[in-house]
Design a protein around this ligand. Structure first.
Ligand code: ZN
Length: 271
């Protein structure tokens, strides 16, 4: 008789268990071979297999034999420690004071900035002017910041003609130009309506004072003839003009005030 777990089997052929377990047939008159297969996992021995006929002699005669225990070693599992994660603390936010934007009042009058000979604009204008009139002696060059109304109308026209052309514009004066130099640009324009120097400083070029068109020249020597001949100091403006006339036009003229804006003023001596 064969015992498998809680079953006792007498007719092996009938149950076809030969194929399931390699046990022997019992000879007549001998004790039946008893095989117990237990699958009773414990906390320490997950699987044990008992063979009652192979147990030790000390226990072979006892009524309750102690099974010979074959232990299947439990593989040792090595758990890698979790990597240490360093969390950077959040950056410290330093509050700062936001300075409210200062209100910019519109420029109503022209600002004259007397340039140093080392100023980049001075060098550019001086070099170009002297290449046209080598006999001149430059007394001062001013950078002009025209009133906002004049700047704005010019900038609006630049949306149509975006690239300005730089030209010279000579004019006559009725006052002493040298006071602009001695005051470093702080002098006030005179009130003489015939003074081209102060009129352009105040209002820019105006067609209604130039026979409805504003003339200028690409060469300073051309504009020299329109200055006050014989005066101790002569005056000449450097303009940006917006025109569609060909670039080889040496004396381009425009018929809109917005097409011109004075950028620099040159005070010079010329015999
Ligand atoms: Zn004047």
């Amino acid at each position: 008789m064969v015992q498998i777990g809680c079953f006792q089997v007498k007719k092996l052929k009938k149950l076809k268990l030969k194929k399931l377990w390699p046990f022997r047939r019992t000879k007549p008159g001998t004790a039946p071979e008893t095989i117990t297969i237990m699958a009773q996992p414990t906390s320490t021995d997950p699987f044990r297999i008992f063979n009652h006929n192979t147990q030790s002699n000390s226990q072979a005669n006892s009524d309750t034999p102690t099974p010979n225990i074959t232990q299947i070693p439990v593989p040792t599992v090595t758990v890698n420690p979790l990597p240490t994660v360093t969390v950077n603390p959040p950056p410290t936010v330093v509050p700062y004071n936001i300075t409210p934007p200062t209100s910019v009042s519109p420029r109503l009058t022209t600002k004259l900035d007397l340039l140093s000979p080392t100023d980049h604009d001075y060098e550019t204008i001086y070099t170009k002017f002297m290449s046209h009139i080598p006999a001149a002696t430059v007394k001062g060059i001013f950078r002009l910041a025209m009133p906002d109304s004049i700047v704005n109308r010019h900038e609006l026209m630049k949306k149509t003609i975006p690239v300005p052309r730089q030209t010279f514009h000579g004019t006559k004066h009725q006052c002493d130009p040298n006071r602009y130099i001695t005051s470093k640009g702080e002098a006030k324009p005179c009130s003489n309506n015939r003074c081209g120097l102060c009129g352009i400083i105040k209002d820019g070029n105006r067609c209604d004072r130039s026979n409805n068109s504003i003339w200028s020249a690409t060469h300073a020597s051309t504009s020299l003839y329109y200055t006050l001949v014989g005066a101790p100091i002569r005056v000449m403006f450097v303009l940006d003009i917006l025109t569609l006339l060909p670039e080889n036009n040496a004396t381009p003229h425009v018929i809109q005030d917005a097409a011109t804006i004075p950028r620099f003023l040159i005070l010079f001596q010329h015999a």
